[in-house]
Every structure is written in C-alpha cells, then in structure tokens.
Design a protein around this ligand. Sequence first.
Ligand code: PEP
Ligand code: MG
Length: 594
Amino acid sequence: MTENESQEIVLKGLGVAPGICIGKAYLVDKEGVNVVKKYYIAEADLHKEEIRFKLAVSRAKQELAAIIQETPKELRQHTAILETHMVLLQDKLLYGQTLDTIQRFRYNAEWALKNVVDELKAIFQNMSEPYFRERGADIVHVSDRIMRNLVGGDAVNIRDIDKRVILVAKDLSPAETSQIQLERIKGLVTDGGGIASHTGIIARTLEIPAVLGLNNATQIIRNDDFIVVDGSAGLLIVHPTEQTLIEYEERAVRYERHRALIARESRMPAKTLDGISIQVMGNIELPEEVVAVRDYGGNGIGLYRTEFQYMGRRGFPTENDLFDKYRDVVEVMTPRPVTIRTLDINGDKALPGQTGNGEANPVLGLRAIRYCLKKPGIFKTQLRAILRAALYGNVRIMFPMISCCEEVRQAKTLLKEAAESLAAEGTEFEYNVDVGIMVEVPSAVAIADMLADEVDFFSIGTNDLIQYALAIDRGNRYVSHMYRPLHPAIIRMIKTVVDVGHQKGIKVYMCGEMAGDPIHLPVLLGLGLDELSMNPQSIPLVKNAIRKLSIKESRAFMYRIFKDKKEGQIESFLKKAYAGVLFDLDIDEDEIAV
Ligand code: PEP
Ligand code: MG
C-alpha cells in the first residue's frame, strides 16, 4: 500500500438510513453485466436467439421467486418490490421490445437488451420526480439479472457472505438488499441510488446505516479497507485516522443510546411539556408500509399517496383492486384515521404512455385534481373504492393540488355521484367521512377562508407549496440550495392557513417533508398545527422531540421571529435556541456552535 492510499478520505453522499458503523469493506462485484458485446445473428438463427433470451428471462424469474420465498419475515413487506420486478421481466417495454429489437435489427440478445434498457433509462432519468428516477433503477436491476443469465455470470449472493462487513457496491438491487443478514452486514454504501430508492427504504427498515449516491466509492475503496459509514450525516470515511476512529466510536455509542431510548418510548403519546398532545402520523405509498407506521407508534395515516397502485401495470386498476388495497390499510389502522389522497398523477408523475400529454410545463399542467376532473370515470372508480373501504374504519378523503373553490365543489359533486351509484346498486359503503384538501398551491393560501367553508380539514403539503411559492423546482439540483422550508414567505403562508382554518373551526394538518424534521418543530408547534405526518421512520424521533418542547415557549419563539424581520436567520435562531434538544437528536455539534 502506498502512503497516499492510506490517507484518510472523506466522501459526501446521501445519508438514507441514519446511524454509524465502523468496519471492513466488502466489494460486491457484478462482473459480466457491464461489458456487452455486439454482433449480428444470421436470419436462420433468429428464432434460436429469441429462445436464448426467453430462457435467460425464465431463469431470472426462478431466481427472483427463490429470493421471495427465502426472504426473512421482517422483510416480507418488501417482497412487493421483487414481485414488481417479476412483472417487469415480462413487461411489454422490456421483454417485448427486446424480442422486437432482436428480430428487426438481428442484434444478439445482449446488445438488443442493452439498447432497450438504455432508451428506457433515458426516459426515466429525465423525469424530475425522484420516485420515477428510482423506477428507472428497477428496470436496470431487472435487466442486470437477465444479462447475467445471458452471459452466464454468477449471481451476486449476499446471503453467502460469512463475515461482519460493510457492503460497498456500484448499486444494489432490492433483491440483493433483501438478502442482507443483519448479523453479518453492518452497513452499506453505493455509488448510485437516491433517497427514494428501494435500497434506501430497505436499509431504513433494517435500521442499518447507509450512504448512497457516492458516485465513485467503488473506485476508491478496496476489499478489506477500514471504513466508517455515517448514515446520519451522509458521510463515508475511508482509512480513518486514530483520532477520527475514537470520535466515531463515541458518536456511535451516543447514537445507539439515543435510538434505544426513543424506540422504547415510541408508543407513548407526543405530549408537550405543557400538556398538549400532538397527533403524529405516517405517510405511506404502499399498503405494506402501514405496519411500519403502527410499529413506530404513529397515530394514523396522514397521507396515503395512492398513485403507486396505478404504476408498474398495464391499464388502470379496477375498483376492486383499489378497494382491496385501501381496506387492508384501513383495517390495520382502525380506529385510527387513514387519510386517502385521491390520485395525484401527471405533472412530474405521468404514467408513461398513459396519462401524460407532452405538456411544456407539466408541473403547472393537467395534474392531480385537474386530471381527475377531466377524467370523471377514472376519478369515480377511485372514489367508489374509497367509500367502500371507509366501512372498515376511520377514513378521510383528501383532494390534491386545489387552487380554487370550484375544483372542490366539482370534486365533492363527483364524490356524491359515486355514493349514489353505489347506493343504487345496493353496494355497501360509508359516506360519513371527513373531506379535506391539500394546501400546496399559493392561491389556496390566499383564499383559505373561502376554501375552509367547503371542507372539514386542511393538510399543508410543503413539498409543493415551497416549489410553487418560491418558484423552485423541487427535483432540480441546481436550485436545491434555494428550496428552504424556513423561508419567511413559507412560514407566513403556514401561519395564514393555520389561523384562518382555526377561525373557521377546521383542523389544520401538515404532511409535507417539513413535518418530519425535528429542527422545524418549534416553528410548527408555535404556529399551532393540529397534526403532523411524516415518513414512518421519523415518527419516534419527532414524538421524542415534541415531548421536550412546550407550546407556550414555541409560540413566544415564533412571536420573536415575526418581530425580527431579518431574512435567512430563522434556522440559526432555531439552532441556538434549541441546542439542548437538538444535541440529543444527533445534530452536528459544530453546526450548533456557529
Ligand atoms: C406535498 O406536496 O407536500 C406532498 C405531501 O405531496 P407530494 O410530495 O406527494 O407531492
Ligand atoms: Mg404535493
């Protein structure tokens, strides 16, 4: 080893699963899938080439089926991802187009598959919504599996690793990640991947520290190198110095102590020091995630993003498909509330080939409620399914991207028509449900008093509210430094919505990402939000922080912020004023000192 190689190197990536681990690196090699040869097939051999491809797909399918079968109990909820991969294996886009490319261009199967996947990858990568970019990654994982079977390479078998290591890979598929044995794998780092990737989701479920999106970690790290993974700060340290090691060992002990404490208390109510209980809810995308919300002590589902049932399939789901999924979630949570948000499709979430219109500004286009009001058939199918599921527990219906009262009235008319059609058929349903809207468009803030007369609750969607109010594309990394939840304009907007809602006698909730970060709590409690909803893993942390705050003090803090007009200082005020609380939450101590 040269002197240079043993110098400490710090890499910054995305901390997708918090915690610290220290240990030896294990590089997961996927030889064979990256170097693809191109050659032409003779006319007479085309059929044989097709069969070769079909056999590789069929072997890939068998491998996935075996992985699903052997998946440990605690990860069962994630086999849905692998089942999606099974469907993708036979999808028209991937399977059909590769066969077509073999026929049309007489390419060998590997080259045909590579061409099709490159095209699909480009389509998904150009989508601004991280979720869809991650689905592009699903296609790559599936094609890697087929490719490995075509070239005859060995499958990466993470289950066979027999020492305590930290996994280092270019990328890990959900299938590979789900083979992780907790007693062997301490943490993981990858060159690719994002916050919304399934690898990240699984790492959070397993509660192993993970840093993704490192770009070139696999080029810097060698097998058996000593590394430190700081999943909370998104840092990877290669060849740590003795000083760094001592520091991280101490941090790891502190983190574990804190985590054990908040986990023990996750089912306790989130009651402030002055005795006010705040409802802490979970956001889910897949019905399976409801279990995590319950286990983390969530008081209900504050946002069920229903788009996901419309994806990864041909055509739209039927009413019964939707009803089954909704009922599952409602039954698990009953008697706690489940807020089902109606379809928020298009904008940056178009279903390829189905719903998009090639709009120049899709985020300002026929998205969410606008799309649903244009397609009453699709909308009513969903509304009927929700009303039927409402029989099984406590359901709220929430309309996304409302910008005027007329949209709410039209949506409610369609809801009434859905109920009437069910009644006319003699199908059982529950109509006595709370109906609310997401406040995520600035015009809705300005007319909050008018909208409050139409609905039972507001839920502030800060992800889009910030995007539309500050004119910052939420998926554009070039302006991400300007995407600021604590911008005074956003705080004033939240204050308006809460004050107006309360004057009108309705509850005001928040379900944007802002609600899941403890640093924002003094502001949100001070403004008087009735309920906060977040990703399930943040629930224990946020509940714990709420117990350390008082509403009275938070209000006084907000009062000072409103009086002091200095823009851009709210974050540093927060850190200074709440250093004691934030320290426990493992916030960087150096940051607090500034
Ligand atoms: C939001 O906009 O804040 C929100 C919760 O909805 P989504 O992230 O699904 O757009
Ligand atoms: Mg939104």
